[in-house]
Design a protein around this ligand. Structure first.
Ligand code: GLY
Length: 393
């Protein structure tokens, strides 16, 4: 079986690797494999602290992937020799004023209803954990299960793992889906921007925010994915002996916007992220950098002393229900692995396993079934899980 993977971001790469491990022949089509949103993302594995009202169904998938991460990281390191920067460091979500505290209390209540492990701390207790926090911190949530990984290292490791498992990389852009059969009833490959065509027994569309605009995909099959811009800063923490600048991820909602600080073991401090609906624009703006630094400075005042080493913007692939689109589409031969929105890095392990199983058997594993593309077909509510069914791959 030959699988054509459209997109070589972390989702396409993990799916390619897992499919190759199952004996499939896989070609990843991407002009720059290992690129994409993961080159910008902070890499929080924030199933608990990024829980949102109405996303409880997604929580189960997020938690499953978070639970798989330690073994996934160890397997990647053992296979490739790459350290992906997995840190079981935990997260502290804090409140800076009364409004933030009310918001955090609501989140804590939701976490408790969902049976999640999150402990309320006073401002003093927060600062005892993280002495660089602003003195005005009003309280916070300690979540010891929300960890981090370095998405750039993850992408590099997945490239190496795929290569080692026999995945072929075709450095070109997929321009159009090729169809065959009665009335074009089956996906059979893609046409590339170098003028060639690549045939396959199955095509997986894993193009991140671009997944919604591959030509040739019939109406009603194209995933409803749109880009949501995020601007992210990278700073460098001092290499001084003694306590670290920050020892865990620290985050807050400031004036309604999310800000988070993710400290890496190698001294990088990632500050993110804006959330902007501006189409395909990836400009880093003065306003975006200002807002991030202003909010991060309110949280950790000492941060303005640090060198600012990089500013970058990426596009999150967002769907109408903020959840990914996984598995067989309504078009035989076409499977989807996209729409991961805020959780692409977190959902990388579970997506690779689910899609490889689905490619091998035509059936999506139970944990991933609520995220079938068929939930967006007219007449199906976004909340209705599609019936279990065998679809040709
Ligand atoms: N998960 C973090 C973000 O999307 O900004």
């Amino acid at each position: 079986m030959h699988v054509v993977m459209v997109g070589g971001g972390v989702i396409g790469l993990v799916t390619a690797w897992r499919a190759a491990q199952r004996g499939m022949r896989v070609t990843v089509v991407d002009p720059a494999p290992g690129g994409g949103a993961a080159r910008v993302a902070a890499g929080m594995l924030a199933a608990v602290t990024e829980l949102h009202f109405g996303e409880e169904r997604l929580l189960a998938l997020n938690l499953a992937s978070a639970a798989a991460y330690a073994d996934f990281a160890a397997e990647l390191t053992e296979t490739t020799g790459h350290d992906i920067g997995y840190r079981a460091c935990g997260t502290l979500a804090v409140a800076l004023d009364a409004d933030d505290r009310a918001h955090l209390r609501d989140l804590h209540a939701l976490q408790q209803r969902c049976g999640l492990d999150a402990r309320w701390l006073t401002g003093r207790e927060c600062r005892r954990l993280e002495p660089m926090l602003a003195p005005g911190v009003r309280g916070g949530l300690r979540v010891d299960g929300d960890h981090q990984v370095d998405p750039r290292r993850l992408a590099d490791a997945l490239l190496a793992a795929g290569g080692g498992a026999g995945v072929t990389f075709r450095r070109a852009r997929a321009e159009r889906l090729l169809l065959a059969g009665d009335a074009g009833g089956r996906a059979v490959g893609v046409a590339l921007d170098d003028g060639t065509e690549l045939g396959g027994d199955a095509v997986v569309l894993a193009g991140g925010s671009e997944s919604g605009r591959l030509a040739g995909v019939p109406d009603g099959v194209l995933p409803p994915v749109r880009p949501v811009k995020g601007q992210v800063l990278r700073l460098r923490m001092p290499e001084t002996p003694g306590p670290p600048f920050l020892s865990r991820t620290v985050r807050a909602v400031v004036r309604g916007g999310q800000v988070y600080l993710v400290p890496r073991a190698d001294g990088e401090l990632v500050v993110g992220a804006t959330s902007e609906e501006l189409g395909w624009d990836t400009t880093v703006t003065a306003g975006g950098v200002y807002a991030l630094l202003r909010d991060a400075h309110e949280l950790v005042p000492g941060l303005t002393e640090l060198p600012l080493v990089e500013t970058r913007a990426g596009l999150r692939p967002c769907t109408p229900d903020n959840a990914p689109v996984l598995g067989p589409s309504a078009l035989p031969g076409l499977q989807l692995a996209t729409g991961h929105y805020r959780n692409g890095v977190l959902l990388t392990p579970v997506t690779g396993d689910a899609l490889a199983a689905s490619l091998a058997t035509g059936v999506l594993p139970d944990a991933a079934r609520p995220f079938s593309p068929l939930r967006f077909r007219s007449g199906d509510g976004a909340s209705a899980a599609p019936p279990r069914q065998e679809l040709p791959v």
